[in-house]
Write a protein that binds this ligand. Structure first.
Ligand SMILES: Nc1ncnc2c1ncn2[C@@H]1O[C@H](COP(=O)(O)OP(=O)(O)OP(=O)(O)O)[C@@H](O)[C@H]1O
Length: 263
């Protein structure tokens, strides 16, 4: 069954500063797909994510197209809310003194805290409760984000990203989600993301850690020097030979319980 594309990029070139970072890049992601975008440092993964969230715009050319959830134009706040973007950093200093529950509610407004002028509805509270439960954050409800561990913060930030995504296209975009987490927190995060993937939340994961690739992720997109150099199934692409070519040097792989490790 094919579903409508959530992300549709055609012949996209993106510049940052004086350099062109993405070169003639085309990518289509459909609703419900789980995929990982892999590539070495500086290959343009985060630039691609920022293009998808319309924080960066492509150089205009006749063949270039960017359609996100079927639309070429978006209000940035609404798009971020609908896409479920999990950034590597907290949204602002105010978040540190915001409780876990309120931090999830800020996802409806893309704000750093619950400013007094924001109108929180009963439906939002209900959804935030649901999300708090989904991410297993019940114990973090009344704790200040600034007093949480990195893993607990990540959990709440994933909840925040999910708050506004109820409905037809639930998708999480994660940029290096396991950075700065210890081994146990990495495992907890992966298991939580697996649970969400199994509940139908589409996962788009940007990483250079092979161990972050959930068993549910079936599609791998490989990037190098601002280009997509391979796009296919995990079986085809997650091999020692392919990864050695992508990252350079000799890489070995082992598989255990659906997860892969590379060294
Ligand atoms: N704000 C910026 N201004 C100018 N160039 C930038 C900017 N941000 C990133 N770049 C450049 O764009 C290129 C791609 O960076 P990007 O962050 O997209 O790569 P990445 O694959 O996400 O890297 P990493 O794995 O290290 O996070 C790099 O050469 C980087 O130096």
């Amino acid at each position: 069954m094919t579903t409508d594309p959530i992300i549709q990029l055609e012949h996209v070139n993106v510049a940052r500063g004086n350099n062109i970072i993405l070169h003639d890049l085309s990518l289509t992601v459909r609703a419900g797909e789980h995929l990982a975008i892999l590539g070495p440092n500086g290959c343009g993964k985060s630039t691609l994510l920022k293009t998808v969230t319309c924080e960066l715009y492509p150089i205009v050319s006749p063949e270039t197209q960017v359609h996100i959830m079927g639309r070429a134009r978006w209000d940035l706040t609404e798009l971020k809310r609908r896409m479920g973007v999990v950034a590597a950093d907290l949204p602002g200093r105010q978040t540190l003194t915001t409780t876990g529950f309120d931090a999830i509610l800020t996802g409806f407004f893309s704000s750093s805290t619950l400013w007094p002028n924001l109108h929180v509805t009963d439906a939002m509270r209900e959804r935030a409760e649901e999300v708090l439960h989904l991410v297993g954050g019940e114990k973090l409800r009344d704790k200040f984000v600034g007093e949480m561990s990195a893993g607990q913060q990540r959990r709440i930030m994933i909840g925040r990203a999910m708050a506004g995504t109820a409905g037809e296209a639930q998708m999480l975009l994660l940029d290096e989600p396991s950075n700065a987490l210890d081994l146990a927190a990495q495992r907890d995060l992966r298991e939580m993301l697996r649970g969400l993937a199994q509940k139908g939340v589409a996962i788009l994961l940007i990483t250079h850690h092979i161990a972050d690739i959930l068993p549910e992720i079936e599609r791998i997109v490989m990037m190098r020097d601002g280009r997509i150099v391979a796009d296919g199934s995990k079986k085809e692409l997650l091999t020692a030979e392919r990864l050695s070519g992508l990252f350079g040097g000799e890489i070995h792989m082992t598989e255990r319980d659906g997860y892969w490790n590379a060294w």
